[in-house]
Write a protein of this length. Structure first.
Length: 263
């Protein structure tokens, strides 16, 4: 109403507000947007430290109606875009191109990640990824991980998922040990060793390790191994079943596998 008086009678805002008996602040008042639902959705989707576009893809998959402009506006208001980011990696310089298999159980990549508990004790995490669809097929967490324990985990994963034709790994002592080599030979599994000092030749598992470290190991202080196992299990479930991957057409690893198997 005050706006109409200003326009029609060409009077000042102060005069119009005085005639209407209202404070000047009412003239400038605009209704505040309620973004609480968007904020809650972003907060849940960002649990494991994903960036904006990964978060937006999660919300789209969940059927949220907001477009990327609205989500990004709220994302910035929450200061999520100012969270620390790791430096970008240089393009991999691999002597032989890494061939992505078209079928599951063609090649598994395996590798270790190490960290410390609050007490200072070191523990190791063995990760196993199927190269074809990025499914995390196995993970073991322990203070020590000799070749025999690696084999025990592989036998468990094979029982659940089937046997791979190849295993890609580095030249760590567990993987070049006689017991590991003989076990692979006895199970008709070919070992693909990467060149020493060239971790990018195992880039699929390296990227997975990086995501796991940022979301879990670097994000929390752990008192016990069981704490590590509990959060790791939750993260692995999210990774396999909820987290979209650009390299998989923004599908989750399990969705991509199901689509491939359905033909």
């Amino acid at each position: 109403m005050a706006d109409d008086i200003v326009k029609e009678y060409n009077v000042s805002i102060s005069r119009a507000c005085k005639l209407m008996g209202i404070h000047r602040s009412y003239f400038y008042y605009t209704e505040q947007k309620d973004d609480s639902e968007v904020e809650a959705a972003i907060r849940a989707a960002a649990e494991f430290g994903d960036g904006f576009w990964k978060i937006f893809q999660r919300l789209r998959r969940e059927g949220k109606p907001w477009n990327h402009k609205k989500v990004y506006r709220v994302y910035k208001q929450m200061h999520y875009e100012k969270r620390s980011r790791l430096k970008k990696r240089l393009p991999a310089r691999v002597k032989s191109p890494l061939v992505i298999p078209s079928e599951p159980n063609t090649t598994w990549s395996i590798d270790f990640v190490s960290d410390r508990l609050q007490s200072g004790r070191t523990f190791r995490v063995l990760n196993i990824i199927d190269d074809s669809d990025r499914v995390a097929v196995g993970q073991e967490i322990s203070m020590s991980m000799p070749a025999e324990r690696v084999i025990k985990l592989l036998e468990k994963v094979i029982w659940l998922n089937g046997k791979p034709k190849n295993i890609r790994c580095d030249n760590g002592p567990e993987f070049i040990s006689k017991v590991f080599q003989e076990w692979c030979k006895g199970n008709d599994i070919n070992i693909i060793y990467i060149q020493p000092g060239h971790p990018t030749q195992n880039s699929i598992i390296e990227r997975f390790n990086g995501s796991y470290r940022r979301a879990v190991l670097d994000a929390y202080i752990f008192r016990t191994l069981q704490d590590v196992r509990n959060l790791t299990e939750a993260w692995m479930t999210d990774y396999n079943e909820c987290r979209p991957h650009e390299s998989l057409d923004n599908m989750t690893p399990m969705e991509y596998r199901a689509k491939k198997q359905a033909g």
